[in-house]
Design a protein around this ligand. Structure first.
Ligand SMILES: *Cc1c(COP(=O)(O)O)cnc(C)c1O
Length: 397
């Protein structure tokens, strides 16, 4: 048996490796506390589950769903965008329900990338942008996100010969893993740049509803002319604690949406209909749950940032997203630091290098851990003894 090169060359997904390590430790009876994957610990709100259960009882929902999604779901998504961002969408032409945003993010590459083409991909980033690109036969060209640039890509630094081969531009705000946010001015500049260079923009935006201190993230589609050049990926996963149900959407440019729908109609058969009804309930029902969840995350964020800074791991407090992006102590790289924390105090953090070269020097901590575990994990971090500590410097540095 001979596997295709595209599979042989594929690295195991970042969290597969980390999950394996945690399982090994736990099998040995060790108590591991994980700030690893960003998977909301709070259950899906009851009104959403009620609708899902009711829909599951209806035999009409036991059959193949339409691969474009229920018209009512597409309408509800359009109405939610209008209400939340004042963005108007044609529910038939500009909305594509997805089996989670991840699915659409991987598949959009096949709609644009020919062998030899380039996709502009932020670094560090959610791994699927570059993996989708490679699977489609293209090459990612990485745009470093640095603290000096507020973790925004420097579009003007991209060489002309790269731009000639570039088809897609990926951006993601509120950002995973850095927790950075972007304003409308950045999105306006991005639209201009995409127009100039004939790029299709993919904005991945699953965290617009996970925000703190009354901050309201904007949508890329609010930018002037955004719909002419791009689409936005969104998801019910992080907004409504629905990662397990697998439902998201792509919205925006009709040509891009149509291409994605055409590809998908040949590959999958849509989202289980009961789950589509749950999504309708989530988007059209009371949004009070979002405020409640964000209050919980905000409290956790404050606790985490305080402790990290007090032990010398420089971390800025994110305005949105589920992540704190913290600098590793001097003398460490991100992998060695994460390994030492796991070995010495049984705490899992994600090494920044896992998200790309420019993620080196950082670790990501997720806020999706119940309070008791969070407090215990943080107190373990506070008690960690840094063997590389330089005398005279702050505790960990
Ligand atoms: C969680 C996440 C997704 C995936 O969302 P799903 O809808 O659960 O597939 C996509 N992009 C980023 C940046 C994420 O953090």
């Amino acid at each position: 048996m001979k596997l295709a090169r595209r599979i042989e060359n594929l690295p195991p997904y970042l969290f597969v490796e980390i999950s394996k390590k945690i399982a090994e430790k736990r099998a040995k009876g060790e108590d591991v506390i994980t700030f690893g994957i960003g998977d909301p610990d709070i259950p899906t709100p009851a009104h959403i589950i009620d609708r899902l259960c009711k829909a599951a009882q209806d035999p009409a929902n036991h059959r193949y769903p339409e691969s474009d999604g229920l018209p009512e779901l597409r309408r509800t998504i359009a109405e939610w965008y209008k209400k939340r961002f004042d963005v108007s969408l044609d529910a038939d032409k500009e909305v594509a329900p997805l089996i989670g945003a991840k699915e659409g993010i991987a598949h959009i590459a096949f709609c644009f990338i020919e062998p030899g083409d380039i996709a502009l991909v932020p670094d560090p980033a959610y791994p699927v942008y570059s993996i989708g690109t490679s699977l489609a036969g293209g090459e990612p060209y990485y745009l470093p996100l640095t603290a000096e640039n507020n973790f925004l890509p420097d579009l003007n630094s991209i060489p002309e010969e790269v731009l000639k081969k570039a088809k897609l531009l990926w951006i993601n705000y509120p950002n995973n893993p850095t927790g950075a946010v972007a304003d409308l001015a950045f999105f306006n500049r991005t639209v201009q740049f995409a127009r100039q260079h004939g790029l299709a923009v993919c904005h991945d935006a699953p965290y617009t509803e996970v925000a703190f201190d009354n901050y309201q993230p904007v949508s890329f589609l609010q930018a002037e002319g955004a719909k002419e050049v791009g689409i936005e990926f969104h998801s019910l996963s992080k907004s409504y604690n629905m990662t397990g149900w697998r439902i998201g959407m792509a919205v925006g440019n009709a040509t891009m949406i149509n291409a994605l729908k055409t590809l998908k109609s040949n590959i999958d058969s849509g989202i289980p209909q009961a789950i589509q009804y749950a999504a309708i309930e989530a988007l059209a029902g009371s949004q009070e749950c979002i405020r409640e969840h964000n209050a919980i995350y905000q409290r956790r964020r404050d606790l985490m940032v305080d402790i990290l800074n007090s032990i010398g791991l420089e971390a800025t407090s994110p305005k949105a997203s589920l992540y704190v992006w913290a600098k590793v102590p001097e003398g460490y790289n991100s992998t060695d630091f994460a390994t030492d924390l796991l070995e010495q105090v049984g705490v899992v953090v994600t090494p920044g290098i896992g998200y790309g070269k420019s993620g080196e020097g950082y670790v990501r901590l997720s806020l999706t851990i119940p309070d008791a575990g969070l407090v215990k994990g943080l107190s373990r971090l506070a008690g960690w003894h840094n063997p590389k500590k330089v005398p005279g410097k702050s505790r960990l540095a």
